[in-house]
Design a protein. Structure first.
Length: 254
């Protein structure tokens, strides 16, 4: 990217033309580079098996025709954001920028909704329309429920008894911590905040902890957390508080 910019500058130099708005040019280079780095970091962050995929797939012509030919009933089984983004792009032929404008979503959120919607439509193609909705298993509800109950009660000493000594924590897009002593700071930060309450549920079919804003009753979840367990203890925590766009358009069940 920087090499291309340098080559263009060298080509323009002999013509002795001034570079109009150099600050804007440099800003575009930096902005594009940052976007690339964020996409690469996001791909690394979402490599775990229980992660929600944020990379929008590029549907080929055949796949686009299959999507466009899906029945209205099938489309109606998608969450609103997924349904809208797929119809706008794959059925009506809108660009990503146009979809962002129509839906008032960020580019990352539209890409996520597109990927999920396309993937879900492929899954639904071979399923009966009256397939029962997924639900949290009794085992997952019990262990997530215990964690959530202690968290909502701000009983973080009880939470610490549930986590492994070598627990790994990732505040996605923010920081990583390792070990019970380090992760204790994470719980301390939550104890100072008032903008959350937790519920066990599913995100894209995966057991998760949904985080709601107590000041906005009736709204959907703001973000979510994913836990992994080992030997009855919480072995890893992935918290999307600082990457709340991941929940945009996601299919969740409380």
């Amino acid at each position: 990217m920087l090499q291309d910019a340098l080559i263009k500058a060298m080509q323009a130099f002999p013509s002795q033309r001034g570079i109009g708005n150099p600050e804007g040019w440099l800003f575009r280079i930096a902005h594009t580079a940052l976007d690339f780095l964020r996409r690469r970091n996001r791909r690394e962050a979402l490599s775990a098996g229980e992660e929600v995929d944020m990379i929008a797939d590029q549907a080929d012509i055949v796949a686009s025709r299959e999507i466009a030919g899906a029945s209205l009933r099938t489309f109606m089984r998608l969450p609103v954001a997924q349904r809208s983004s797929v119809i706008l792009m794959d059925v009506l032929g809108c660009s990503l920028a146009e979809v962002c404008d129509v839906m008032d979503f960020s580019l990352a959120a539209v890409k996520a909704a597109l990927h999920r919607g396309r993937s879900r439509l492929r899954e639904l193609a071979d399923q009966p329309d009256d397939l029962p909705q997924p639900k949290l298993s009794d085992a997952d509800r019990a262990r997530l429920g215990a964690y959530v109950a202690h968290f909502n009660a701000r009983d973080f000493d009880a939470i610490r008894s549930l986590i492994a000594d070598d627990v790994r924590l990732e505040l996605v897009s923010k920081t990583r911590m390792n070990g019970k002593a380090e992760v204790s700071r994470y719980f301390g930060n939550y104890s100072k905040a008032e903008d959350w309450y937790l519920e066990p549920g599913l995100v894209e079919g995966h057991p998760a902890i949904l985080v709601f804003d107590p000041g906005a009753p009736g709204d959907g979840p703001k973000y979510f957390m994913l836990l992994q367990w080992a030997a009855g203890k919480v072995a890893s925590i992935r918290d999307f508080r600082h990457a709340a766009y991941v929940i945009d358009g996601a299919d969740f069940v409380v």
